[in-house]
Design a binder for this molecule. Structure first.
Ligand code: FES
Ligand code: FES
Length: 160
C-alpha cells in the first residue's frame, strides 16, 4: 500500500509517496532522480549503493523506504559544492583509484561516514570500512592510497 514519507535528502526536505516494498535506492534513483547512487548486486555484497543515513554508511539496496521518516540522507550529489569536488573525491582521482567509476560513489560515501566520525581512523579501520566494497577494475591498493590521501586532504581542507 502506498504511503507518504518525509525526510531530508542532501539538506532538502522531501515528501515522497512510496510503496511498501521499495528500498531507499528506488526512492533516490527513480523518484528523486539522484542516479549517482549505483545499483549493483542488490544483496548486500558490493557496497556500490552506499549512502549516509543519519551519519552512518548504509546500503541503500536493503534499507526499506518505510524506515526513512524523519531521517537525514546524504548522497554523492550532496558532497560537491559550487562545482568543486569534495576532498575525498579529489583524493581518489589523484591516487588513480577511479577507472570506470561505478564503485566510486559508494566508496566515497563510506569514507565520508568514517572520516566524519573519526578523522584519525587507523589503517585497520580504513581497511575494515573498505572491505564492504567491491571494485572490478582499479585494484584495492590504489583505493587504499586514495583513502589515506583523502584523510590528509580533509585535515588540511579549508572550511567552505
Ligand atoms: S547494490 Fe547494495 S550492496 Fe550491492
Ligand atoms: S573503478 Fe570500476 S568498479 Fe571500481
Amino acid at each position: 500500500m502506498a504511503q507518504k514519507i518525509n525526510f531530508r535528502v542532501n539538506g532538502v526536505r522531501r515528501t515522497v509517496e512510496i510503496e511498501g516494498w521499495e528500498k531507499l535506492i528506488d526512492v533516490l534513483r527513480e523518484k528523486l532522480e539522484l542516479t549517482g547512487t549505483k545499483r549493483g548486486c542488490e544483496d548486500l555484497t558490493c557496497g556500490t549503493c552506499v549512502v549516509v543515513v543519519d551519519g552512518v554508511a548504509k546500503r541503500s539496496c536493503s534499507l526499506a523506504a518505510t524506515k526513512l521518516e524523519n531521517t537525514e540522507v546524504l548522497t554523492i550529489e550532496g558532497l560537491s559544492s559550487g562545482g568543486n569536488l569534495h576532498p575525498i573525491q579529489k583524493a581518489l582521482i589523484d591516487a588513480g583509484a577511479v577507472q570506470c567509476g561505478y564503485c566510486t560513489p559508494g566508496i566515497v560515501m563510506e569514507l565520508y561516514a568514517l572520516f566524519t566520525k573519526n578523522p584519525n581512523a587507523s589503517e585497520e579501520e580504513i581497511i575494515e570500512s573498505l572491505s564492504h566494497h567491491l571494485c572490478r577494475c582499479t585494484g584495492y591498493e590504489a583505493i587504499m592510497e586514495g583513502a589515506k590521501l583523502a584523510q590528509s586532504y580533509l585535515k588540511t581542507a579549508k572550511p567552505s
